[in-house]
Design a protein around this ligand. Structure first.
Ligand code: BES
Ligand code: ZN
Ligand code: MN
Length: 489
C-alpha cells in the first residue's frame, strides 16, 4: 500500500450497496435500530442484521466495535463490516469506529454507509489515520490502496468539514513517512529538498547551508554535524495566514537524521531506531503542511535543524567547549546529548528573528522520558501555565497522550560546568528534566514556551489508538488544533 487513501463523500445510493466491491461498512445503533442503508443491507442479505441484533452477541458489542462478516450473500462485497455506534456519537467514539474500519480495510476499496449518522467526517478521519503503511522500500508490495467512499445524506456539508480534518491526516502521514524513511534516503539534503517543495502550498521556505549557519553563529548546532558527510542545514517554513504584523506561533524541531551518539557511541542493539531522531522536525513539517493545506488563518513559523550525529576524525569530542548562538558556552560532556545542542540555537534564532508570541519545540530528546512515561504519553515542559493548559487540552481532544512534567531551577545545579557556562548533560537522574532545564536557558522569560519530549511516542512497537505500529505522527493533530483554537483570527 502506498500513499494516503483517498476519501470521497457521495449521496446515499441504495442500489450501489449491492454492487459495491471490496468492503461495505454499515452502522447499527446500540438500541438495534436500523437506518435506511442498514435496512437495505438487511434486505439484501435476507435478514443478517436482524439476526445479529437479536443475538446475545449484539448486547455484548462495545461502542465502535466492528464485526466483519465474510462474503455476505446478496451483495458483491467480499466483507460486510458491521459497526455498533450511536447515531450521534461523541468525537472519540466516531474516531474509534473509523480506526477499526481503517484497520480492517487493507488495500480493498471501502464503502461506508454513514447516511444520517453524525460525525461521518470524523469516522473518515479515523479510517484515513489507521489505513497507513510505509512500503516505500518493499519491492513486492507496490499495490496502491483503493479509496474510501462515504455515503451520507448531505455530502456537500460533510465534505467541507472533512477537508479540514483530512488536511491534518495528510500532515500526519507526511510526518510518518519522514520518520520511517531510513537515513541513507532521508539525508539532510533530501530532507531540505522535501521541505523546499512545500512552497507549492504557499509556504515561504528558507534553507540555510553550513556557510550561512556559520555566519549566523549557530556553532552549537553545527558542532553536532561535524562528523557527518551529510551537511548540516536549517529550514524555516513561514505560514502567514493570519493578520499582518501579528507575532507568530513558532514550532521548532530536532531533526537529527541519524543519531549514532557520535564519539560517545551508542551500543549496537536497537541503534537502527535512531533513524527516527528527526521526529521533532517531522512533526513540525507535517503540521506546517496541514496548516497550509487547510489555509489556517494564523501566523505560524516552523524551523528545523537537520544534522547527522556521526563519529569521525572531525567529530566533536567529549570535553570540547562550544559557543552557542546566544553566546553562552557549552562543555560537551557526552556527544550523545546532541538534541539540545541543536535546539538551543534554533530557540535563540527564532526569538531574535521573529519575536514569536509563543514557542513549541519538539524533540526525541531523551531515553529517560521513555523510562518515565513509556510510549503512551509525551513529556510536556512549560514556563507558562495558560499556554501549557491550552496544549494539554488540544492533545486530549485529539487522543494524543501528553503529561505535564516539572521544571525547577533546583535542577540547574546538575548542569554546572567547571570550565564553561554549562555542560550538556546533567547525569542519569531526572534526565528529561535536566534536558528541559538546559533548553530553558535559551528561552526568554517573557516568551511562553512548551518543550515536548516525544522520544517515546514518535515511534512505537505496537499499534496505538490511531496508528499502526511504527511512526505515529504524534503531535500533528494536537498542534493543528492548538492553532485552530488559540491563534486563528
Ligand atoms: N535521540 C536520543 C534519545 C532517544 C532515545 C530517542 C531513545 C528515542 C529513543 C538522544 O539524543 C540521546 O541520545 N539522549 C541521551 C542523553 C544522555 C546522553 C544524557 C539518552 O537519553 O541516553
Ligand atoms: Zn538524539
Ligand atoms: Mn543522542
Amino acid at each position: 500500500m502506498t500513499g494516503p487513501v483517498t476519501i470521497d463523500f457521495l449521496e446515499t445510493d441504495l442500489d450501489e450497496i449491492a454492487r459495491a466491491e471490496g468492503r461495505v461498512a454499515v452502522f447499527v445503533s446500540p438500541d438495534g435500530k436500523l437506518d435506511k442503508s442498514a435496512r437495505r443491507v438487511n434486505r439484501l442479505t435476507r435478514g443478517v442484521l436482524d439476526r445479529m441484533v437479536q443475538s446475545s452477541d449484539f448486547g455484548k458489542m462495545k461502542p465502535a466495535q466492528v464485526t466483519s462478516l465474510a462474503y455476505p450473500s446478496g451483495m458483491a462485497a467480499e466483507a460486510l463490516d458491521v459497526v455498533c455506534l450511536a447515531r450521534n456519537p461523541d468525537l472519540a467514539e466516531a474516531r474509534k469506529a473509523g480506526v477499526a474500519l481503517g484497520k480492517a480495510k487493507g488495500t480493498k476499496p471501502l464503502l461506508v454507509l454513514a447516511g444520517q449518522l453524525r460525525r461521518a467526517e470524523e469516522i473518515a478521519k479515523g479510517i484515513a489515520l489507521r489505513a497507513y503503511e510505509f512500503t516505500a522500500h518493499k519491492t513486492a508490495e507496490r499495490e496502491t490502496a483503493a479509496g474510501v467512499r462515504v455515503m451520507v445524506s448531505k455530502p456537500d456539508e460533510t465534505a467541507a468539514a472533512a477537508k479540514q480534518l483530512l488536511a491534518a491526516v495528510e500532515g500526519v502521514h507526511l510526518t510518518r513517512d519522514l520518520v520511517s524513511e531510513p537515513a541513507n534516503h532521508l539525508t539532510t539534503t533530501e530532507f531540505a529538498q522535501r521541505i523546499e517543495r512545500m512552497k507549492d502550498l504557499g509556504l515561504t521556505i528558507r534553507i540555510f547551508d553550513e556557510a550561512a549557519l556559520e555566519k549566523i553563529g549557530m556553532h552549537s548546532l553545527l558542532s553536532v554535524g561535524h562528523g557527518s558527510a551529510s551537511p548540516s542545514k536549517v529550514a524555516v517554513m513561514e505560514w502567514m495566514g493570519g493578520r499582518k504584523g501579528d507575532a507568530p506561533l513558532a514550532l521548532l524541531g530536532k531533526g537529527v537524521i541519524f543519531d549514532t551518539g557520535g564519539i560517545s557511541l551508542k551500543p549496537a542493539a536497537g541503534m537502527e531506531d535512531m533513524t527516527m531522531d528527526m521526529g521533532g522536525a517531522g512533526v513540525v513539517v507535517g503540521t506546517m503542511h496541514a496548516l497550509a493545506r487547510r489555509g489556517a488563518r494564523a501566523n505560524v513559523v516552523g524551523i528545523v535543524g537537520l544534522v547527522e550525529n556521526m563519529p569521525s576524525d572531525r567529530a566533536t569530542r567529549p570535553g570540547d567547549v562550544i559557543p552557542s548562538l546566544k553566546g553562552d558556552t557549552i562543555e560537551v560532556i557526552n556527544t550523545d546529548a546532541e538534541g539540545r545542542l541543536v535546539l538551543c540555537d534554533l530557540l535563540w534564532y527564532m526569538q531574535q528573528e521573529y519575536q514569536p508570541a509563543a514557542m513549541v519545540d519538539l524533540a526525541t530528546l531523551t531515553g529517560a522520558i521513555i523510562i518515565g512515561l513509556g510510549h503512551e504519553k509525551a513529556g510536556v515542559f512549560s514556563n507558562d501555565e495558560t499556554f501549557c493548559k491550552a496544549f494539554l487540552k488540544a492533545a486530549e481532544a485529539e487522543g494524543e497522550g501528553a503529561w505535564h512534567m516539572p521544571l525547577d531551577p533546583a535542577y540547574d545545579e546538575k548542569l554546572k560546568s567547571e570550565i564553561a557556562d554549562m555542560k550538556n548533560v546533567g547525569g542519569r537522574e531526572a534526565g528529561s528534566i535536566t534536558a528541559a532545564q538546559f533548553l530553558k536557558r535559551f528561552v526568554k522569560d517573557e516568551v511562553p514556551w512548551i518543550h515536548l519530549d516525544i522520544a517515546g511516542v514518535a515511534l512505537v512497537k505496537a499499534e496505538t489508538a490511531h496508528a499502526p505500529k511504527g511512526a505515529t505522527g504524534w503531535g500533528v493533530m494536537a498542534l493543528d488544533r492548538l492553532v485552530a483554537e488559540n491563534y486563528e483570527t
